[in-house]
Design a protein around this ligand. Structure first.
Ligand code: SF4
Length: 243
């Protein structure tokens, strides 16, 4: 089982609970959603080559031909880990769970903590690899971002994910629909009111309206009425000009 990857590189985690940690990013091609604010090339079959950093943090890359085998990717990851300690490897995308059969082969060969960055809509695929994952950064996607409802998938996903070190991330735009925001809060609170919720002000792309500072405070206040730990964290890697 091979997979198309976009890139493998070492950088700083810019979002969520582990912001600031040095991580090794493995970015998979393709996504099952099409969010308005997407900042990644999320179409399958558009990357004949994967770029691999030559040394962790060097920002120098060499190209390798897609698709890659799990043993090849494991060799790159383990070489990076030998060269520099990383807090975790981050499986990102796109949507890495689209490649769950690949991950089932890859992850037993990797000697590191594994963080999964996911849109939280593929619970059956998560169930197949949950034992090989340590940290889960799960998005809740509001219907206005994707044009679709994913409440039931999110509910089932969170039920599985919460057995691990999991937190939920919700991207907030300036025109957020409050009914959907409330529904997202209820979904998380019903699963576990102790789960960390990150409110991430959207990086305004593709005409998406940014959220105002006072609006973010109001949303955090509302979320704190039903959840114990609610933090506002933007995409910090963009501020630092990191990858
Ligand atoms: S889930 Fe992530 S990668 Fe997929 S379209 Fe949305 S923002 Fe882009």
């Amino acid at each position: 089982m091979n997979a198309n990857l976009i890139e493998i590189f070492s950088s700083v985690q810019g979002e969520g609970r582990y912001v600031g940690c040095r991580q090794l990013f493995v970015r998979f091609e393709g996504c099952n959603l099409n969010c308005k604010y997407c900042d990644t090339e999320n179409q399958a079959g558009t990357h004949p080559l994967c770029r691999v950093e030559t040394f962790p943090g060097s920002r120098k890359f060499s190209d390798v031909i897609n698709p890659l085998e799990p043993t090849e990717v494991a060799a790159y990851i383990n070489r990076f880990l030998m060269e520099l300690p990383h807090q975790a490897i981050s499986l990102t995308g796109g949507e890495p769970l689209l490649h769950s059969p690949f991950l089932q082969e890859l992850l037993p060969m990797v000697n590191a903590r594994v963080m999964l960055e996911t849109n939280g809509t593929l619970p059956d695929r998560l169930a197949r690899i949950i034992d090989m994952v340590d940290i889960i950064s799960m998005d809740i996607k509001l219907p206005q971002a994707t044009g679709e409802e994913h409440w039931e998938e999110h509910r089932r996903f969170l039920e599985i994910a919460r057995k691990k070190d999991a937190y939920v991330k919700l991207v907030v735009s300036g025109d957020i629909h409050m009914g959907d925001f409330q529904r997202a809060l209820e979904l998380v609170a019903e699963a576990d009111p102790g789960i960390l919720l990150i409110l991430q002000p959207v990086t305004p792309l593709n005409g998406v309206k940014g959220a105002l500072p006072e609006q973010m405070l109001e949303l955090q206040q509302q979320a704190l009425e039903v959840l114990g730990d609610v933090r506002i964290i933007p995409q910090t890697h963009r501020m630092m000009d990191q990858l």
